[in-house]
Design a protein around this ligand. Sequence first.
Ligand SMILES: Cc1ncc(COP(=O)(O)O)c(C=O)c1O
Length: 393
Amino acid sequence: MDYVNYKKGTAAVWAGEGDLEVQGAVTSPIVNSVAFSYKDLDEWYDVATGKAAGFIYSRNTNPTVAVLEEKIRVLEGAEAAIAFATGMAAISNTLFTFLGPGKRVVSIKDSYGGTSKLFLDFLPSYHTTVQLCETTDHEQLEMEIAKGCDLLYLETPTNPTLKIVDIKRLAMAAKKVGAVVVVDNTFATPINQNPLQLGADLVIHSATKFLCGHSDAMGGLLAGKKELVQKVYQFREINGASLQADPAYMIGRGMKTLELRIERQNASALTIARYLKAHPKVNNVFYPGLETHTGHDIAKEQMRGFGGMMSFSLDGGYELVKKFLPSLKLVHLAASLGSVSTLAGTPRTTSHVELTEAQRKLLGIPESLVRYSVGIENVDDLLEDLETALASL
Ligand SMILES: Cc1ncc(COP(=O)(O)O)c(C=O)c1O
């Protein structure tokens, strides 16, 4: 059954599930089978050649993974979706499917560190021309797109300073030159933002983050136009970056509560961002839900909620942050984000660890920046925790 006409909270629970009923089980089974057997060769041949529905080999397709793929397909309003072993596998498979010798990609300077590495190191070594623009300079982005490109790659909100790029505006520019538009929607999630509805062709998620939501499984997802997803699928089939059934089940289970978690995280993050903004020991708060955020107007247009991620800088340097972070009680000092528990870190130790202090400065990332991923704890407890830690400085 197709759940596209249902609300997101309903689709997240039901999409993909009904196809795999086993003796009335109310959850889909974890099918840890590498291969699928057939009684006769004609039936096997029809499935293998795509004439009949079914599964052959789990590097290509797997019933449990298919449940997850259907959930993201419906939540993103896409024609097709496929899963990967990690978010980086989804990103690199997509980029290497459409780029290569003689191709040109336009993107922003603020993408996730791993993606930046593909743009700065790996793609150039495959003779792809990479043009990275100032993230919020839409005129420069439009100018570079108009010169001609094969792919436009965006991420919004960005990691770690939560910059916002106008998907609709840039997708329109990309359409004029026939470029494939890809958006990393990890920070927003499909609850808060649907890039395909804003003109993107493909949307990517690190499912390791909010979609899974519990920091206990890794995965990546790609959704969008069938013809394009199929091309990436053919590449993934051969390079083997597929998702296993166990993490697919964990991520799918997490997604059933995605709307509940995101609504809570949206509300808590806005409350916390406003509190921090008014605090004398806090210099700057980067959260697109704040009216003072430079991307607030665009965010209001293209997002339904502003998400659970924020960053802020303290009035003092890295030494102060070193004192502040360990004094928080309701926080894991850890590299990831998007979990039920609050996580915090610094770009210096997480997303931008590979860069020098000067390179981080160039990207507008202060050494005293704290990246704060709001969990689903009661917001009063989180506020008290921050208040106590800031008072101790
Ligand atoms: C925005 C964004 N995209 C992609 C990734 C990569 O995802 P994964 O760690 O699942 O490979 C991350 C990881 O932090 C991220 O923050």
